[in-house]
Design a protein around this ligand. Structure first.
Ligand code: GAR
Length: 208
């Protein structure tokens, strides 16, 4: 059983997609052992609690500086002894010590086709605002392993989504979630839980 901790910041629709896929049996060999948010009152914590999953907040507001927050966050993750850490809309920088300790065992969902519209400053709705500003006709989502450089780790999976002429950032965000994110993230967890992928020379390859 793959022990998974999910880190979130907001609404938690990706978390919900993972919980639903586990309940439906489309993600197997996986147990959600905890959900952690950097915000105290977010819907994602409610979603986790109502599914009986231990849910915690570790807020930077409760710590004197970033280093202390980073330590507390890492300690909370460690406490749950995860095999995999999933960033499902976790909009704060992952502590470097966490990246080092869980090397190859942290994945992130990003709402664009990396390497487009990613890196520092590209998160949540901003990604879709930038995509619309640039006038791209296709965007999408990416699941990747987390390394030190933001959004630079090996890509596990990607899915394209069409942009329509009258899209607003909110409309595009929803379409990318529905057509890509909520499918890709559970699939990636299932692939990892069932040993279907491995990383070779910085690239993810399928073994089955
Ligand atoms: C999702 O679109 C996710 O891809 C994005 O935040 C949103 C969270 O929504 N993550 C990033 O931008 C990371 N760089 P959710 O809380 O409803 O899952």
């Amino acid at each position: 059983m793959l022990r998974v901790v999910v880190l979130v910041s907001g609404g938690g629709t990706n978390l919900q997609a993972v919980m639903d896929a586990i309940s439906a049996g489309s993600v197997t060999n996986t147990k959600l052992v905890g959900v952690i948010s950097n915000n105290k009152t977010v819907k994602s914590l409610e979603r986790a609690r109502s599914a009986g999953i231990p849910a915690f907040s570790v807020s930077p507001k409760d710590y004197a500086d970033r280093a202390l927050f980073n330590e507390a966050l890492l300690a909370k993750v460690d406490e749950m002894q995860p095999d995999l850490v999933v960033l499902a809309g976790f909009l704060v920088a992952v502590p470097p010590a966490m990246v080092a300790r869980y090397s190859g065992r942290i994945i992130n969902i990003h709402p664009a086709l990396i390497p487009s519209f990613c890196g520092v400053g590209y998160y949540g709705l901003k990604v879709h605002e930038k995509a619309l500003e640039r006038g791209v006709k296709v965007t999408g989502a990416t699941v990747h392993f987390v390394t030190e450089g933001m959004d630079e780790g090996p890509i596990i999976s990607q899915k394209p989504v069409c942009v329509e002429d009258d899209d607003t950032p909110e409309v595009l965000q929803r379409r990318v979630m529905e057509q890509a994110e909520w499918i890709l993230l559970p699939q990636a967890i299932d692939d990892i839980a069932n040993g279907r992928i491995r990383t070779e020379n910085g690239r993810v390859v399928r073994t089955q």
